[in-house]
Design a protein. Structure first.
Length: 185
């Protein structure tokens, strides 16, 4: 029983870390990366669809993203979605493909991006803590139902807290690495 609760908490915390990593990939660092736009939602026949399902995304140069829609008729919708997004890039299309030139980041923009990283890292920390709270609640329920003893409850709570501390350290490390990547010129 205890192992089931701990295993579930571990899996959910791991998913929170993965979600943070995916989220941080969308923050631009001055270098072109397909992850910057691949999850961008495009209005495709009144259905929000990820850009990666509508086009190939490549990096022909360090500062350029090239988006080639599978269907030329989708180019307008893709351009509109990029222009509306918060990535701060202007799409240049030639009727066949879209080029996104990634400008070098200013010092002010770098600071703004590090604030975004800090905000998203804090959201991940909160998610991990919520998972801890849920796991401890489940353990207390097991103790109330006399499935586990009070001593088992305290040992299990300590293990949940250790897991939480480990995952929060991982969140901090991921955020620190992303900050370094953003601040590197």
């Amino acid at each position: 029983m205890i192992e089931d609760v701990l295993s579930d908490a571990d899996d959910r915390m791991e998913k929170a870390i993965e979600a943070l990593q995916q989220d941080l990939k969308t923050i631009r660092t001055g270098r072109a990366s397909p992850a910057l736009v691949e999850r961008l939602m495009v209005d495709y026949y009144n259905m929000p669809t990820p850009l990666q399902q509508l086009a190939t995304i490549s990096v022909p140069e360090a500062q350029v993203l090239l988006i080639r829609p599978y269907s030329a008729s989708d180019i307008g919708a893709i351009s509109k979605a990029i222009a509306k997004s918060d990535i701060g890039l202007t799409p240049n299309n030639d009727g066949q493909q879209i080029r996104l030139v990634i400008p070098s980041l200013t010092e002010e923009r770098r600071r703004d991006l590090t604030k975004q990283v800090a905000k998203r890292a804090e959201e991940a920390r909160v998610a991990v803590r919520n998972i801890r709270r849920d796991a401890i609640h489940d353990l207390r329920e097991l103790e109330k139902e006399s499935i586990i003893s009070e001593d088992d409850l305290h040992r299990a709570q300590d293990r949940v807290q250790e897991k939480t501390n480990d995952f929060i350290k991982r969140v901090d490390e991921i955020a620190r690495e992303k900050d370094e990547e953003i601040m590197t010129i």
